[in-house]
Design a binder for this molecule. Structure first.
Ligand SMILES: NC(=O)c1ccc[n+]([C@@H]2O[C@H](COP(=O)([O-])OP(=O)(O)OC[C@H]3O[C@@H](n4cnc5c(N)ncnc54)[C@H](OP(=O)(O)O)[C@@H]3O)[C@@H](O)[C@H]2O)c1
Length: 183
């Protein structure tokens, strides 16, 4: 993990850079992972190393019914409208809103230093403000041709150092990138 505090993306994408297919289709992901029979690809270990999760409201809706609940750290859902988390997630999920900077400052002040940032729109907002320090991206060998993109246009290029890659079962490729602010 980079020096504290830091904001980290841990996500799976298609070869053409989508995190969900059209109509939020995620069937491409479970199929690949089932075939791989490779556990959780280090997700639990990754969660152990972070302090809290910052997740977009649409992603929360996609995971809200996961059973068992996989997120072992406090989860802060971003929404301009949601005031209360779903009843069954009370105590596990907290609602928040604001700019990426104000959200991070608030969480850092409360002792949450290493933050896992999740959700396409959410990650794109953080990247627009150059507030992502590390990206752990697992590429799935499929072209979805459309859906929810991970990246969008930026005002300027952001350089990253390619730290590590791991070839995973099922043809998945995990890469770790650290933001290079000296480039
Ligand atoms: N492949 C993967 O590993 C992976 C990982 C995560 C998600 N996904 C998929 O990605 C899709 C969801 O991504 P998404 O890009 O549509 O949305 P998202 O980032 O999960 O959620 C977007 C919503 O978050 C809220 N939001 C974002 N920034 C905010 C801010 N600064 N302040 C307040 N609220 C803020 C808004 O909610 P309100 O509209 O309520 O204001 C916005 O509509 C789902 O299909 C999910 O399954 C895939």
């Amino acid at each position: 993990m980079p020096a504290r505090p830091c904001n980290i993306v841990y996500i799976a994408t298609s070869l053409d850079g989508y995190i969900a297919g059209r109509d939020d289709d995620m069937s491409w992901l479970p199929q690949q992972i089932d075939e791989a029979e490779a556990g959780d690809f280090g997700f639990s270990e990754f969660l152990d190393g972070i302090d809290a999760i910052v997740m977009g409201r649409r992603t929360l809706e996609a995971v809200a019914d996961f059973d068992p609940w996989p997120y072992t750290k406090p989860l802060f859902v971003l929404s301009r409208n949601m005031r209360k988390p779903p009843a069954h997630l009370k105590g596990k999920v907290h609602c928040t809103s604001g700019s990426p900077r104000s959200i991070v400052q608030d969480l850092n002040r409360r002792g949450y230093a290493r933050l896992y940032i999740d959700g396409g729109e959410t990650i794109r907002h953080f990247l627009e403000r150059d507030m992502i320090d590390r990206m752990i991206i697992t590429q799935v060998p499929v072209l979805l041709g459309g859906g929810v993109p991970l990246f969008a246009e930026l005002e300027r290029p952001l350089n990253f150092l390619h730290r590590e890659w791991r070839s995973l079962a099922g043809g998945l490729m995990m890469s770790i990138y650290d933001r290079d602010r000296d480039a």
